[in-house]
Ligand binder design. Structure first.
Ligand code: NAP
Ligand code: HSE
Length: 433
């Protein structure tokens, strides 16, 4: 008799309906791959009367989450309801009753992933979370398996579709920031409250997850330096282009002998860098490994079916482990001690656009501020300001520590000849590190 594996789902919205569609449409293929039939037994939702996009037998819907979690015949729980507290409790309960869990919940994994993975191991079961980063791109599996042999030193990620869409439309179609954000909301990429997209928190959660895996070290959400994109102007985007850069909302995670640095912020990314060509809502993750060199993984970062692809692949992995009797045998221990770089050890290039008084001696006073902090200048230009007696100075530094950069910014703010720091960006995409 063909074996049957029962799935219980928590949530049946954008991602959940994609998962149900995929499991139904690929039923035969799944059975062949696993040698067992995969069946969705129950689905918890909030509202039984809501119209559902995916076609299914309505009697398997329930508003009681415990009907799913306490059903002893369910082997795998798929958590696609989102949120933190309710999902956290549900996943803990599922793992404690030795059910395998698949989740797409980046918010939860970034905050509690370390403990939940340990709980899964302690209960000899599995917790998979491929869809939590970059939707349809299998980047978690790539870091856990495909690149497991290498030592990864750099990750860069365009891991938020909404911000990349906004920046593409501002650059290519001359849309305003507000117009582009509104369209991203209409198209369904943005979170229900898009603050977490545009302020960088969504990307920070994903970078914490990626950095943990890439460096086999606990990286917490609080370790990620975050700066939002709301101050980017069309002028900055045009200026970036003149200097040979694209403005991108970029996540970066770097490590060397001093430790690890993780951040998310708008950057000037060299136009020749492969990540610069990632447009609209697409995501990409660039990984530099000592042996493999440069690699890049590209694809849709959100949406019902792309995200469902990752969820259902995790379901297959969990089912396979159950059938082989090896559930919970993945080693999730970290190889490296937590070691984060101090601000003195974090080095980067920076772009500055300053409004200064157009007076004799200003240029040399300006360069002496940078000199005092050991920052040499890669390029520098001056152009007339909008008003008489004002000039704009635009420059890019060579690598300087974050601590010294902060010192430069403080001195510029206090200086009598600098009227305003119009904008500042980290610069990325030079030689691979
Ligand atoms: P969604 O469309 O809002 O769907 C949420 C589903 O969960 C709905 O079916 C809702 O029921 C149900 N639900 C919520 N709270 C519940 C509760 N307390 N008890 C029972 N059911 C509950 O969300 P989504 O876009 O599918 O996202 C789901 C998860 O995937 C989130 O963690 C999200 O971050 C992650 N994710 C989403 C995407 C994407 O492209 N959407 C991509 C990657 C990861 P009702 O239908 O009755 O309201
Ligand atoms: N709001 C997210 C984005 C959805 O724009 O990338 C996918 O995580």
């Amino acid at each position: 008799m063909t074996k049957e594996i029962n799935i219980g789902m928590l949530g049946f919205g954008t991602v959940g309906s994609g998962v149900a569609t995929m499991i139904r449409e690929n039923e035969q293929q799944l059975s062949q791959k696993l040698g067992a039939k995969v069946k969705i037994k129950k689905i918890a939702v909030r509202d039984l009367d809501k119209h559902r996009a995916a076609d299914l037998n309505g009697s398997i819907l329930t508003t009681d989450i415990n009907e799913v979690l306490e059903d002893a015949t369910i082997d795998v729980i798929v958590e696609v309801m989102g949120g933190i507290e309710g999902a956290h409790e549900a996943i803990e309960q599922a793992l404690q009753s030795k059910k395998a869990v698949v989740t797409a919940n980046k918010d939860l994994m970034a905050l509690h992933g370390h403990k939940l993975l340990k709980l899964a191991g302690d209960n000899a079961t599995d917790l998979y979370y491929e869809a939590s980063v970059a939707g349809g791109i299998p980047i978690i599996r790539t870091l856990e398996d495909g690149l497991a042999s290498d030592r990864i030193s750099t990750i860069m990620g365009i891991v938020n579709g909404t911000t990349n869409y906004i920046l593409t439309k501002m650059k290519e179609e001359n849309w305003s920031y507000d117009e582009a954000l509104k369209k991203a909301q209409e198209l369904g990429f943005a979170e229900s409250d898009p603050t977490s997209d545009v302020e960088g928190l969504d990307a920070a959660r994903k970078m914490a997850i990626l950095a943990t895996l890439a460096f086999s070290m606990e990286v917490f959400l609080d370790d990620v330096e975050v700066r939002g994109m709301t101050s980017i102007t069309t002028e900055d985007i045009e200026l970036a282009e003149q200097f040979g850069y694209h403005v991108k909302m970029l996540g970066y995670a770097e490590r060397d002998e001093d430790g690890v640095e993780v951040g998310v912020e708008p950057v000037f990314l060299k136009s020749s860098h492969p990540m610069a060509s990632v447009r609209n809502e697409y995501n990409a993750v660039y990984v530099y490994g000592d042996a493999v060199g440069e690699t890049m993984f590209y694809g849709p970062g959100a949406g019902s079916m792309p995200t469902a692809t990752s969820v259902v692949s995790d379901v297959i992995a969990a089912c396979r482990n159950l059938l082989l009797g090896v559930a919970g045998s993945r080693n999730i221990d970290y190889v490296n001690e937590r070691k984060l770089k101090s601000q003195d050890q974090q080095k980067a290039q920076f772009f500055h656009r300053l409004l200064v008084k157009d007076e004799v001696g200003v240029f040399s006073e300006l360069t002496s501020i940078y000199g005092r902090y050991g920052a040499s200048l890669g390029s520098i230009i001056q152009r007339p300001g909008e008003k008489a007696g004002e000039a704009e100075v635009i420059l890019i530094t060579h690598p300087v520590s974050r601590k010294n950069h902060n010192g430069i910014i403080d001195e510029l703010n206090q200086s009598s000849f600098v009227q305003k720091i119009i904008s500042q960006y980290r610069v990325e995409g030079g030689e691979p590190r």
